[in-house]
Design a protein around this ligand. Structure first.
Ligand SMILES: Cc1cc2nc3c(=O)[nH]c(=O)nc-3n(C[C@H](O)[C@H](O)[C@H](O)COP(=O)(O)O)c2cc1C
Length: 170
């Protein structure tokens, strides 16, 4: 894995990258980290800085690691790793060693940032801002019903805005 210019992101289709390819969101230390699949989020600009936006439900084990650590990584893979991402998005690190089961090999991407040897693209980030979604701020009530109540409901997401500090390619 080699560090590259942040401009390398310009050749990516962010819609495809996040919505279709998915990503692993990872936080923690070499000895104690967790990862999960995410397909909601974005890459953009805030406060004149390049940032990533993440939306993580509080019940995710990864949420604990995002809370406890300043830095995190976003890892993107080729289609070959679809099953690995499905596993990391359907099982909890509370219950099993997902990384091992998925056949992924963790590595230190930068100080305090864990990524994976298999990732084709890795983005390291530092948290700048976070807030918990409030139901009263969800303006489209269909979203409230569809994602936060009923059988598919869950906790209101924590929104994280994290500055992109490094971009790495395989
Ligand atoms: C394709 C896909 C996308 C997902 N996107 C998100 C997301 O953006 N935010 C979120 O909180 N959970 C998302 N999840 C669910 C978590 O990945 C899942 O609950 C995971 O098992 C959490 O693992 P953990 O408990 O080890 O953190 C997604 C799952 C899949 C399969």
């Amino acid at each position: 894995m080699k560090q590259t210019d942040i401009k390398a992101l310009a050749k990516e289709d962010v819609f495809k990258l996040i919505d279709n390819d998915w990503m692993l969101v990872t936080a923690g230390t070499e000895d104690h980290f967790n990862t999960m699949t995410a397909s909601w989020g974005g890459i953009g600009i805030l406060w004149n800085r390049p940032v990533a936006f993440l939306f993580i439900r509080p019940e995710r084990y990864t949420h604990e690691f995002l809370e406890a650590n300043e830095r995190l990584s976003l890892s993107f893979f080729t289609e070959k790793y679809r099953k690995a991402l499905q596993l990391c998005g359907s099982k909890s690190g509370r219950d099993m060693n997902k990384v091992e089961a998925a056949g992924l090999h963790p590595l230190n991407v930068a100080d305090g940032v864990i990524g994976f040897d298999e990732a084709r693209l890795t983005i390291s980030c530092r948290k700048l801002f976070q807030t918990d979604m409030q139901p009263c701020n969800i303006l489209d009530k269909e979203i409230l019903e569809r994602f936060y109540t009923g059988p598919h409901g869950g906790g209101y997401h924590t929104i994280y805005v994290a500055e992109i500090e490094g971009v790495y390619e395989k």
